[in-house]
Design a protein around this ligand. Structure first.
Ligand code: GDP
Ligand code: MG
Length: 439
């Protein structure tokens, strides 16, 4: 998503305010980015409308550029779209809390049983698992093994007893042992079918669960929303658990579920380990979605913040070692802008946490660089070699920009280093040596 959204922010560069006219193009980018991220179309439509309405009405905030403002609006709308607040699990006031897990085959139900028990145990609650998937003996074994792993008892009754009876017996056992939370595992099918739904309804009727949570694989993208809706209509659910968010899902599921089905995502699974289950925080997810994308290398980052044609142009320049001070400035500004974006969004995966101090530092050094580059003639900007060769030119720039000659030399050296680094990054290893500055 990031790449597409970056294009949107960039179209606002140089604008003074957000207006009906200048957000048309960015909104188109946002729409495309969301669709590419597998968000369902009706959700995208409503989202884009909501963002546009706000963007046009928003007043100018001192020191905030229109692109930053739009980022903020998009972020806030994303949070709203995903339900705003964290949806906590509900616990029964008297007797054991019963959590029934449902979902298609292979989505991670059995894993979630154990993860959830592990998670609740850490909150001081005693748990018990119930093996309600009777179609494969291996499914029972799997739950028993996972239960042992997290130190939680597992109630089993073999494969010959009806799931609803197993669930009932399990609940009785839990009452007897004064267990706080009973988590019931069920069988899934590859696709929604009547037998599965009927069985779930029967189990639900038998144990009257506090929570009925649909486990959904995040990789199913916008399908996830339809699944939650169907299960909700058929058996009535209280929320969803999104699993496999550690994979390369594009975020669409997380975005569509609440809006389409009306049911919140309560928890997310981010890996195969027992610790990899956490509450679903809409705001963190929004940050993650805005920051998603393959922010892998410096060049890729630069591509994201620059318009495509700029990037292609830049690539050619790098290939032919023509990367000059104009590009340098563009590049540095782009990175600085990413910095301020990070501040707005809180976090971009892969970039680590950027502290306000670091951002201030980056902005300060950008200002210094800008003033030196402004003191260069157009010819000097395009041919940095001129500066490498001539101490007199460097001296003039230092004087005109009020910086030291050393600072100018550093800047020139930095540009050549950047050429080499970028060439290397692009896999073009030949050429690109750093010239020594003539003194
Ligand atoms: P079930 O058929 O719904 O009970 O699914 P399982 O619990 O047996 O899980 C199916 C597979 O998905 C197993 O190999 C799990 O280890 C894996 N899995 C479950 N949750 C996650 C997750 O959050 N991330 C990743 N990467 N794998 C998961
Ligand atoms: Mg299972």
């Amino acid at each position: 998503l990031t790449g597409g959204l970056e294009a949107a922010w960039n179209k606002l560069k140089g604008e003074e305010v957000l207006s009906k006219e200048n957000i048309v193009e960015p909104m188109r980018d946002i729409r495309r980015a969301l669709l590419e991220a597998d968000v369902s179309l009706p959700v995208v439509r409503r989202f884009v409308q909501a963002v546009s309405d706000q963007a046009v009405g928003v007043g100018v905030i001192r020191g905030v550029k229109p692109d930053q403002q739009l980022v903020k609006i998009v972020h806030d709308e994303l949070v709203k779209l995903m339900g705003g607040e964290v949806s906590e699990l509900v616990f029964s006031k008297s007797g054991p809390t019963v959590i029934l897990l449902a979902g298609l085959q292979g989505v991670g139900k059995t894993t979630v049983c154990a993860k959830l028990a592990n998670y609740l145990k850490k909150q001081g609650k005693s748990c018990m698992l119930v093996a309600g998937d009777v179609y494969r003996p291996a499914a029972i074994d799997q739950l028993v093994i996972l239960g042992e792993q997290v130190g939680v008892p597992v109630y089993t009754a073999g494969t010959e007893v009806k799931p609803s009876d197993i669930a009932k017996q399990g609940l009785q056992e839990a009452r007897k042992n004064k267990v706080d939370v009973v988590i019931v595992d069920t069988a899934g099918r590859l696709q929604i079918d009547k037998a599965m739904m009927d069985e779930l309804k029967e189990v639900k009727r038998a144990i009257n669960p506090t929570e009925v949570l649909l486990v959904v694989d995040a990789m199913t993208g916008q399908e996830a929303a339809a699944l939650v809706t169907t299960f909700n209509i058929e058996i009535g659910i209280t929320g969803a658990i999104l699993t496999k968010l550690d994979g390369d899902s594009r975020g669409g599921a997380a975005l569509s579920v609440k809006e389409v089905s009306g049911k919140p995502i309560k928890l997310v699974g981010r890996g195969e380990r027992m610790e990899d289950l956490e509450p679903f925080y809409p705001d963190r997810m929004a940050g993650r979605i805005l920051g998603m994308g393959d922010v892998l290398s410096f060049v890729e980052k630069a591509q994201e913040v620059m318009r495509q044609e700029d990037a292609e142009d830049l690539q050619k320049k790098i290939m032919s070692a023509k990367f000059d001070f104009n590009d340098f400035l563009k590049q540095t500004r782009a990175v600085a802008r990413m910095g301020s974006m990070t501040r707005v969004l809180g976090m971009i995966p892969g970039m680590g946490k950027v502290t306000p101090a670091q951002i201030r530092e980056a902005e300060k050094s950008l200002k210094i660089m800008e003033s030196m580059i402004e003191a260069m003639t157009p010819e000097e900007r395009e041919k940095p070699e001129l500066l490498a060769e001539s101490p007199a030119r460097r001296k003039r720039i230092a004087q005109d920009s009020g910086k030291t000659e050393q600072q100018v030399s550093q800047l020139v050296a930095q540009l050549f280093q950047m050429r080499v680094r970028m060439k290397n990054l692009m896999g073009v290893m030949e050429g690109g040596s750093i010239p020594a500055l003539n003194n």
